[in-house]
Design a protein around this ligand. Structure first.
Ligand SMILES: Cc1cc2nc3c(=O)[nH]c(=O)nc-3n(C[C@H](O)[C@H](O)[C@H](O)COP(=O)(O)OP(=O)(O)OC[C@H]3O[C@@H](n4cnc5c(N)ncnc54)[C@H](O)[C@@H]3O)c2cc1C
Length: 723
């Protein structure tokens, strides 16, 4: 494969550089956009520090024009075309079970970039050639080879965790990972043209087999194509998620193998395109190794508290079992700092050798400990949970050495938005609650903050899941209350928090019947005395995707034994699938109550709700829930659900699923400047939130003369890796 020039046409090596001119221009635009975001952040913070009005509202012609442009791009970019619905029948349900992403096409922004990249490479491959002329087929093949090679650095540039592009564009590795996958698929297309046009040309003389037998370069080329095909096919989400560790190891080996074969296949003048990815890979590994060593050895962290880390390794973790097959991992005196919403990779080789799992950090640096709430799946996380259960009653000296790689994940700081809506499902609260707590702590410590309103919507299956984060939520609410009571100028932050319970609390925690009520340990974390049944971990209960976040009942209908049912199902599901129309608006008997699927109730307990929003719409939502005899975690009827969970009364607890669009709409109507909507939950919830943001931006004609302010949408890294 030599970089010829063909008559008047530019040389192939030049066409490969043209690809990088476009890719570089695109990256430069992304860097400029990030620069604009940073500037905007500083401006808003300065305005907030001076107590100016509405810092998140664009002022002046330039800022307003930019806001309008951003709104148009976001509206188009966030939209995702619907593809398949479970309601379309059994076949659709079967397809969605294997390919859960196929409910919608990827967002338009992603599709646009994919199409732009594909059009660019195809234009470069065919530029100046007449493909009908058989004498040009080999020339097309050579050009396609160069363009394939030109894409190789991009694929590697987007794959690393210590990502230079991510650093310069304010993005992080999990956001860029889809570009890595898309670029690799596009590379496969041009590689197919490279091979196909050579084969087509040789086939005229029936020389394909002869060429393969005679020429080692051709055999290497065919080998490289096969490895690339393997890499792409095994990266498709159902295959990738099947056995992550197997996927990861084979992907690394195949990737290195691919580089070696390509290096042997291409001419010397083109080998720079192979060395560049090698350099990127080594850089990524070296930076990660350095941080890992820094995070792991206590020798680097002895300044502050000499006695805290007397061992060789810096991170010792306590494993505490939580209800509903979860484990709280706590590392005291963490050796690094982090930002809310970030995640880290945790390895505990004494419990789960040679594995590293990503978890969202649920604590704030000011807490003095690094915490993760981990839902047990069938692999390493299941073993963490079994270990935690084995340790009962918990002993603070029973710690395990862990290694932390991170923190990772970047997003625009939320304190620059007027209104922040946080939507979480199940363990998605590990993303939402640190963000909420960070905002209220900033306000309490009188740091500049633009945010006036926070709305939290947390959807859980039942009581057990609420206990995972009840302390964090209660802390957040109390901080707001005390800082608002001290704030005489009326500049307090307004916070509304609702927990939507989709399944009967007693049914959900029934497996804990033999387990005494959670108690506080000396560490302040909840522990369960007694032993959880080992069979409750992983096994049959493993979700197809296997991630805890999928556990919330988010589907519009409950599927049971091949029967699609809606609402409360057939009465045996124990899950409430109705949408709570509007928790604030339920004021009288004529308004439909949220459903309860606990038809066998012999008694009633009250799940009460008191909205803290507008007092006029305050209401108590009552629903009857089943009383399962002998369930010891059930609160006595004299105390409210909030009290039994150590939550303030201001936290609404309602049954049913939230109407996400309505909730966001209400918040946007009250916003005086740009708002942020962050979501971390099951696919259905993510899709509903994204669609709601797009529809509301369209209906409200954001920044198009109506006065409606912009909305920024964020997906947690957890779901970004899955969606
Ligand atoms: C950025 C991010 C943040 C996360 N935060 C949390 C959290 O706060 N709490 C929580 O409970 N879970 C979280 N998860 C999910 C968690 O990482 C997986 O549930 C866990 O790794 C499963 O381990 P396992 O061996 O027990 O799972 P298995 O039962 O072997 O597999 C279950 C599923 O997890 C996937 N998986 C397994 N290992 C990994 C890995 N190393 N990286 C990515 N996916 C993997 C598998 O592909 C499969 O789909 C997060 C995931 C990501 C990507």
């Amino acid at each position: 494969m030599v970089g010829h020039s063909h008559g008047d046409l530019p040389a192939d090596s030049y066409m490969a550089k043209v690809y990088w001119m476009f890719a570089g221009a695109f990256m430069a635009a992304a860097v400029l956009t990030h620069g604009k975001d940073l500037l905007e952040y500083r401006l808003r913070m300065r305005k907030a520090a001076r107590s100016e009005l509405d810092p998140a509202r664009p002022e002046g012609m330039i800022l307003c024009a930019l806001a309008t442009m951003t709104a148009i791009v976001r509206e188009a970019g966030y939209y995702a075309f619907p593809l398949l619905s479970r309601n379309e029948g059994k076949w659709a349900q079967k397809v969605l079970r294997i390919f859960p992403r196929w409910t919608h096409l990827p967002p338009m922004g992603h599709l646009f970039l994919m199409a732009a990249n594909l059009s660019l490479v195809l234009s470069l491959v065919f530029y100046g050639f007449d493909v009908k002329s058989q004498w040009q087929w080999e020339a097309v093949a050579v050009r396609a080879g160069w363009i394939t090679l030109a894409q190789l650095p991009l694929v590697f540039l987007m794959s690393g965790k210590s990502n230079i592009v991510g650093f310069l564009t304010g993005s992080s590795y999990e956001r860029l990972n889809w570009i890595h996958r898309t670029a690799a698929r596009t590379m496969l297309v041009t590689a197919a043209f490279h091979m196909g046009y050579f084969f087509r040309s040789w086939a005229r003389y029936d020389y394909v087999a002869g060429k393969l037998a005679a020429d080692i370069h051709t055999r290497r080329g065919l080998g490289a194509f096969c490895v690339l095909l393997w890499l792409v096919v095994t990266s498709v989400s159902p295959v990738r998620g099947w056995r992550y560790e197997v996927f990861f190891i084979q992907h690394m080996i195949s990737g290195i193998g691919f580089l070696v074969i390509v290096w042997m296949h291409v001419p010397e003048e083109a080998q720079i395109y192979v060395w560049f990815p090698v350099g990127l890979w080594v850089f990524d590994r070296a930076v990660r190794a350095l941080f890992l060593v820094y995070n792991s050895f206590s020798i680097f962290h002895r300044k502050g508290d000499q006695s805290a880390n007397p061992t060789l390794f810096a991170c010792r973790a306590l494993f505490h079992p939580l209800p509903d097959k979860a484990t709280r991992i706590t590392i005291r005196n963490p050796p690094f700092t982090w930002k809310p919403g970030q995640h880290a990779f945790v390895s505990c080789h004494s419990l789960v050798p040679f594995q590293s799992h990503p978890f969202t950090i649920t604590s704030l640096p000011t807490d003095g400990s690094l915490e993760f709430v981990v839902r047990a799946q069938s692999g390493g996380t299941g073993r963490f949970h079994l270990h935690a259960c084995d340790l009962l009653p918990p002993r603070t000296d029973e710690t395990q050495t862990v290694f932390i790689d991170g923190p990772y994940g970047r997003m625009r700081p939320l304190e620059q938005f007027d209104t922040v809506v946080l939507i979480a499902g199940s363990t998605g609260a590990s993303f939402a609650l640190p963000l909420l707590r960070d905002l209220v702590c900033r306000k309490a410590s009188s740091e500049p903050i633009v945010t006036r309103r926070i709305r939290l919507v947390w959807v859980v299956k039942g009581r057990g899941q609420i206990q995972w984060f009840s302390k964090a939520l209660a802390d957040g609410m109390r901080i707001v209350e005390s800082s608002n009571s001290e704030d005489t100028a009326g500049n307090g932050i307004s916070i509304d928090a609702s927990i939507f319970v989709t399944c009967d609390p007693e049914l959900t925690t029934a497996s804990y019947e033999t387990v005494p009520t959670p108690q506080k340990s000396s560490e302040g974390a909840e522990v369960i005395k007694g032993r959880l049944p080992r069979t409750s971990v992983g096994g049959d209960e493993k979700d197809v995707l296997g991630v805890a976040i999928e556990d919330v009942d988010s589907k519009p209908e409950v599927q049971k034994e091949d029967k699609v049912v809606t609402g409360c199902g057939d009465g045996t599901s124990g899950c409430c699938c109705n949408q709570t129309v509007d928790e604030d608006a339920i004021t009288d008997e004529s308004t439909p109550k949220p459903c309860c699927c606990c038809a066998t109730a012999s008694d009633s307990s009250t799940i009460s709700s008191t909205s803290s929003d507008e007092k006029s719409t305050n209401a108590k939502i009552q629903s009857v829930s089943e009383k399962t005899p002998n369930v010891k975690s059930k609160p006595p009827s004299s105390i409210s659900t909030q009290e039994s969970l150590n939550l303030p009364q201001k936290v609404n607890i309602v049954t049913g699923r939230p109407q996400i669009k309505r909730i966001i709409d209400k918040e946007l109507q009250k916003a005086f400047g740009e708002s942020a909507v962050a979501v971390c939950g099951p696919r259905g919830m993510v899709q509903a939130t994204r669609s709601a943001v797009v529809e509301l931006c369209d209906e409200r004609a954001v920044h198009k003369g109506t006065g409606a302010q912009g909305v920024s949408y964020y997906l947690c890294p957890f779901m970004r890796m899955m969606c």
